[in-house]
Write a protein of this length. Structure first.
Lengths: 214, 141
């Protein structure tokens, strides 16, 4: 009897040790996630800095060629209009962190007649505005039909984005310097980086809260 | 508002900006009106509603601290804004307000401006988490 009790106590002790080890592993995981997010945050801020510098430099070049009066904040469109680039905020479940706010960027969402915007998600971002692949340039007859519809959609999307970009620059006049277009692309890239920073910030703060509670 | 436990999912939320603009320096004739706001507006984030309310606030030499505070409070309380971009130089003017902000959304991101590079030491998010690396927190463990 005493032996059975001893065995039970040992097993109970082993279970609690295992539970403690599991908790410790979980804590270490959260700590690692926090440190990774912190590192990612600092790296992305550095990347943002260089992208903004590119944009500022291109803006300065455009202003030099087009003139200071043509590029300044007094020309900003104050008629009511919606933002073409917007965000979606959702809650995502992340292992060991729980619910984390996630930001997703929709660039150049066009406003069609139905009032619904077509979103050009940031996933295929870098490829928008330029051919996704050499296949798009092939005009010859091909036996492969299913890809045609996809190509047409991509081309139509590219056209929409070009229109939205041109519309955004139209406040500076009909003819704009290529440097201004370059600045626009630089700031678009900076915007994507900012959304990544926001997501990294969100996971960093969530991990920090978990660690602080312990 | 302050007591809500969860943030509802937001679709088509905006990015607000509080950034600085340098006034052109006549004595140097340099085209230094380099404007972060102009750049991001070209990227399509600008929004003006029917009442001509914008999602950006340009800070220049004539802007008072009170006006910056009001802009920050307004943007941080709007439901349709998910991220607020604020030049770190401007954030330093209302540092107490930015550091005391602790909601997850809208997210406050401090960005560099042309003449004021990003300084991690002043970032409100990093200030909040550096506690973990301070000597006091280590000794308490």
């Amino acid at each position: 009897m005493a032996g059975a009790e001893e065995i039970e106590i040992c097993e109970g002790g082993e279970e609690s040790i295992e539970a403690e080890a599991k908790t410790e592993r979980g804590d270490e995981k959260v700590l690692l996630q926090f440190l990774d997010s912190l590192d990612g945050y600092l790296t992305l801020m550095d990347s943002l800095n260089s992208k903004l510098r590119e944009g500022w430099f291109d803006l300065a070049s455009a202003r030099h060629s087009m003139g200071t009066l043509r590029i300044n904040t007094t020309l900003l469109d104050l008629k009511d209009h919606s933002a073409s680039s917007t965000l979606q905020v959702t809650d995502q479940e992340v292992e060991s962190l729980g619910s984390v706010h996630c930001f997703a960027l929709s660039k150049w969402a066009s406003k069609g007649g139905s009032g619904k915007g077509k979103d050009f998600s940031t996933v295929a971002d870098s490829e928008m505005g330029s051919p996704r692949s050499p296949q798009l340039r092939h005009r010859g007859v091909s036996g492969e039909k299913p890809s045609d519809k996809g190509e047409t959609t991509v081309l139509a999307a590219d056209e929409e984005i070009k229109k939205e970009r041109a519309k955004s620059l139209s406040v500076f006049g009909g003819l704009v310097s290529p440097k201004l277009r370059g600045a626009q692309l630089s700031f678009e890239t900076a915007l994507e980086t900012l959304v990544e920073i926001a997501n990294t910030r969100s996971s960093m703060l969530t991990a920090f809260e978990r660690i602080s509670k312990k | 508002m302050a007591g809500r436990a969860s943030i509802p999912a937001r679709n088509s939320a905006l990015i607000a900006m509080i950034a600085d603009e340098l006034c052109p320096s006549v004595s140097y004739f340099v085209s230094c009106v380099l404007d972060t706001v102009v750049g991001f507006l070209m990227a399509g984030v600008g929004n003006v509603d029917i009442r001509r309310k914008t999602n950006y606030r340009i800070v220049d030499s004539k802007t008072t601290v009170r006006q910056i505070e009001d802009a920050f409070k307004e943007f941080s309380s709007r439901d349709d804004i998910a991220i607020i971009l604020i030049s770190q130089y401007v954030a330093n003017m209302i540092r107490f307000l930015v550091d005391s902000y602790n909601k997850p959304v809208p997210a406050i991101l401090e960005i560099p401006s042309k003449d004021h590079p990003y300084d991690p030491a002043h970032d409100s998010v990093l200030s909040r988490v550096k506690y973990l690396f301070s000597a006091e927190s280590v000794s308490q463990r």
